[in-house]
Structure formats: structure tokens, C-alpha cells
Design a protein. Structure first.
Length: 247
């Protein structure tokens, strides 16, 4: 199964041509399940689902979240800054949680992620993945909380970072998904950004499934870096991440 996440950039920049770029990137990722952030409205959600070939989908309005799936979605549940879908894959039950945490303050992100995990705590699934745009880096309390390095607001979590795991296997470094130097949003739509550092803010995290066995991580790749000759932009200001896992 291939699972992906992609912030599609809710902006008029490069539109309508950039919408075609997004469709090409989503289709090219070849994900069985893809979580999108900043999907402006239900019409855009429906167009992504139809044009990219996904027969099962769910859209959450508050944070503009889409979950597109090639497998039937049995049930969904929304939270503030998150949407979830319960999916059956062969004999396994899989909970997919798509998040877009607030960018304004660390305190808001911390409260949001604790509330989201509390909200999904009563959903029983063989495997749970939380993915999306977390609007913070690996040094954040949110990341350390999710990866079992610290508690947060009295809560605990235990997830594995698939991009980081795959990079370690291959002796590399997990790539930035928000590149202020490489992505032409900065320098084309906005002024060049020479202050902020590139960050990896889009993650795919797998909850420790104990006592179930860990799946095998077969690959984890970046997508969305192609620059269009028409728009002179990448499809989004974020790059997407796709992880191949074998249950």
C-alpha cells in the first residue's frame, strides 16, 4: 500500500494552469490513499477525486482536508484541524488521520494535536497513520510528543516517522518538504526568502501497532518538485511525501 500526503497550496497563483499541475502530481504519485491539505472547497475536492481516479473520498471543510482512497471508506470522523477515515484493506483495518495544524502559534499546534489524538483514541484499528502538514519541524514539541520523546499537556503518543526511517536505512537525510530556496513561490509569487530555513513539516507517521507486527517499509519518496514552463511554479509551495508499506 502506498500512502501519501500533499499540501496543495490554497492560492490563486498560477491558476487555472496550476490545477492541472496538481492533478498530474497527485496522479503521478500513484498512492492508494492520499491526504490533501488546503483544498479550498467541495468542488475542488470532487474534481481531484474524479480526475485523479479515486472512487472513495472524504472532505473536511474547517481545515480544507481531503482523503482520497482506492479502497472503500467504511466511516469517517472529523475533528478541529483533522479528518479521519476508517478503511478495510484485505483483512486489516486501517485508520488514516489527515491533519493541518495551525501555523500561528506553537501553543495552538500543541493543543490541537493532543485533542486530535484524544479524539481518535476510541477508534480501534489494526494500524493507525497520522499524516499531513504539521506546520512545525522535527525539533518541535509536537514532533517529539508524537515520536515518544516527551509528553505533552499530560498526554503521550508513540508513532514512527516513515520518511526518517527510510532515510536512515539508505544512509541519507529525510528531505525538506518546504524549501524556501528551491521552490519558486519565493522569488516568483513572493520575494526571495533568505531568512527562514528549509523545513520538513509534512510527515507520514505510523502508530506503534503492538501487539500487531510492524509492516515493512519499502520506500519513501518526495514528489511535486517539477517546475511548469507555463506557470513557472511547482504545483504547490510544499512538496509531497509518499510511503510504500507492506502489511
Amino acid at each position: 500500500m502506498k500512502i501519501a500526503t500533499y499540501n496543495v497550496w490554497n492560492s490563486d497563483a498560477g491558476m487555472p494552469d496550476r490545477f492541472g499541475q496538481l492533478v498530474d502530481e497527485i496522479t503521478g504519485a500513484g498512492a492508494d490513499i492520499i491526504c490533501l491539505q488546503e483544498v479550498a472547497d467541495h468542488r475542488m475536492h470532487d474534481e481531484f477525486a474524479a480526475l485523479c481516479g479515486y472512487g472513495n473520498s472524504h472532505w473536511q471543510e474547517q481545515a480544507g482536508l481531503s482523503i482520497l482512497s482506492r479502497y472503500p471508506i467504511e466511516k469517517t470522523k472529523d475533528y478541529r484541524f483533522a479528518a479521519s477515515a476508517y478503511i478495510r484493506f484485505e483483512s486489516k483495518s486501517i485508520l488514516i488521520v489527515n491533519v493541518h495544524l495551525p501555523w500561528e502559534k506553537a501553543s495552538l499546534r500543541e493543543k490541537a494535536i493532543v485533542d486530535i489524538l484524544k479524539g481518535i483514541s476510541d477508534i480501534q484499528a489494526d494500524y493507525t497513520l497520522i499524516t499531513g502538514d504539521f506546520n512545525c519541524s522535527e525539533s518541535s514539541a509536537v514532533y517529539r510528543f508524537l515520536t515518544n520523546e516527551q509528553s505533552l499537556l499530560g498526554a503521550d503518543a508513540y508513532y514512527f516517522d516513515l520518511a526518517k526511517a527510510y532515510a536512515e536505512i539508505n544512509g541519507t537525510k529525510a528531505p525538506a518538504t518546504l524549501s524556501f530556496r528551491e521552490n519558486p513561490r519565493w522569488g516568483t509569487v513572493q520575494a526571495k526568502n533568505t531568512i527562514e530555513v528549509n523545513q520538513r513539516v509534512d510527515w507520514i507517521l505510523l502508530k506503534n501497532p503492538y501487539p500487531n507486527e510492524l509492516p515493512e517499509l519499502k520506500g519513501c519518496t518526495l514528489f511535486g518538485r517539477k517546475i511548469s514552463e507555463q506557470t513557472h511554479l511547482a504545483a504547490s509551495d510544499h512538496y509531497g511525501i509518499a510511503a510504500q508499506i507492506e502489511f
